[in-house]
Design a protein around this ligand. Structure first.
Ligand code: CA
Length: 222
């Protein structure tokens, strides 16, 4: 899952980005509305954290710009305490959720998880595909009840495929959603990661669809 954080307060930006990266997401960052607007229009994010009080272009205008451009990713807005009019303006502009500053980073993480799974049509924080269970709260994976240790890249890959299970996901889409902007992207490495992931899981839930990509699906019962 790839996220964008738009926040002009450098310390807060760093704090949010660090927490999200530690939780296993690929994260891009912007420090003003202009940069944020551009990134959100041009890059495929799974969710965005957007401050409303931003230099150059304010948050509500940024959000309106994305929605006008047809961008539907979930957006969580950060608002100042007691500014109820900000929240109303934010929701009217197309926000999906909000957090009031100052906030606990754990609350932000929980809301981001909820936005991501709702966007993918899942009601709970645990994703299940055949014998594989992925707990998005603890970033843990178990197969037939046994914990499997994955690297953060492998976890991200599995998490993306399981959020979108039953649908073919192309290599390009994976590359775009698993790595941040600064990463040296090479779609060949996806194949390597898929290979390692299959080996570690030991069950066949990731199918290769020749020429198209990959699909996560429960193995057929014998
Ligand atoms: Ca601000």
């Amino acid at each position: 899952m790839r996220l964008l954080v738009v926040e002009d307060d450098k310390d807060l930006n760093r704090q949010i980005v660090t927490a999200l990266e530690n939780a296993g997401y690929a994260v891009d960052k912007a420090f003003d509305g202009e940069e944020g607007l551009y990134l959100g229009e041009t890059e495929p994010y799974d969710a965005v954290i957007l401050d409303l009080g931003l230099p150059k272009v304010d948050g509500v205008a940024v959000l309106q710009g994305w929605r006008r451009a047809g961008k539907t990713m979930p957006v969580l807005i950060l608002t100042a305490r007691d500014r109820w009019s900000d929240k109303v303006g934010g929701f009217d502009a197309g926000a999906d959720d909000y957090v009031v500053k100052p906030f606990h980073v754990e609350e932000l993480l929980a809301r981001v998880r909820a936005l991501l799974r709702r966007a993918a049509g899942h009601a709970t924080s645990e994703l299940v595909c055949g014998p594989v269970r992925l707990d998005t709260r603890a970033s843990r994976v178990v197969v037939d009840g046994n914990p499997v240790k994955l690297t953060s890249h492998e976890y991200r890959l599995l998490s993306y495929l399981m959020h979108h299970q039953g649908r073919v996901v192309s290599r390009t889409e994976l590359v775009e959603h698993l790595y941040d902007q600064d990463f040296d992207r090479d779609s060949n490495t996806i194949e390597v990661f898929v290979g390692r992931l299959r080996k570690k899981l030991g069950v066949e839930i990731i199918e290769t669809v020749r020429g198209l990509g990959y699909i996560a699906a429960a193995p057929e019962k014998v």
